[in-house]
Design a protein around this ligand. Sequence first.
Ligand code: PBG
Length: 329
Amino acid sequence: MITGKFPSLRLRRNRKNDWTRRLVQENTLSANDFILPIFIIDGKNKKESIVSMPDVYRYSIDRISQIVDKAIKSKIPMVALFPKTKNKKKNYLGSEALNENNLVCKAIIEIKKKYKNEIGIMCDVALDPYTTHGHDGLIKSNEIINDETIDVLINQSLLQAQMGCDVLAPSDMMDGRIKKIRHALDKNGFINTQILSYAAKYASSFYGPFRDAVGSKKFLKGDKKTYQMDYKNSNEALREVALDIKEGADMVMVKPGMPYLDIIKSIKEKFKIPVFAYQVSGEYSLLSAAIKKKLINNQAILESLMAFKRAGANSIVSYYADRIDKILD
Ligand code: PBG
């Protein structure tokens, strides 16, 4: 709908100075828009760098407050916890997911003890950090079995909710799990525990550095194409989201982020619910490496994050979140 025409209409007029550009800006970003992922490891007094993710670290529980303090200070509303499970604790069934003394459980308790409700905690619901095959579900005769996996995910959800997790984020892509998890939560009195469904999660090469960070990369056999989505599809994402909303999701996630802005936009337009975007590890590492090599300047970070807001995302999971003050400055 174009009103007016050149030469009486000149769109450059509104761009001529910084103040007028600020006046007509359509989108903004603040710390409220971010979720900070935190990698955790066993041991004492550890802050370990991750080769494939510059400036991102794995923290032992006793040092986790170092990064949570930072998040709270910048007013980031929520952190997302990801464990790097010791190899000897992994098995074919991923049973460590149900151990009440696992890394995630210990981290939830530690954070809630220290910070109460000052910051939200989100936890993945999936088995990949715990299995010796690196898949998100159970395997039988070479197949990731849906319904049996959900039974385990329900218990993982209940355990994390019981420890104090605020937002459960099933990232496994099994069919029907949101309904069953919601039902189990309600039945056990966790009526206020939120569910953020990774509803549109694509089988993507952009997860590479993350799998390295949680130590599942060298274990992963094959790919995740029988449960994560095919990147050739977009209508399918709407079907996934529609189902998850019906089943009880409070919020939905699109993942990866930047290659899927079209998906974020159409979900937001159709469903009017909170839509989150995950700027995944591969996106982070690509940007960071290019900036380090001076191929692009660091303004590209802000540009990439603003794109999510433009597309309609309410919140962004980003490994840049701990430095957001500086980036927005
Ligand atoms: C596991 C999980 C993955 C990510 C978050 N949760 C990887 C995968 O599905 O293989 C990826 C996050 C990232 O790349 O930053 N269910």
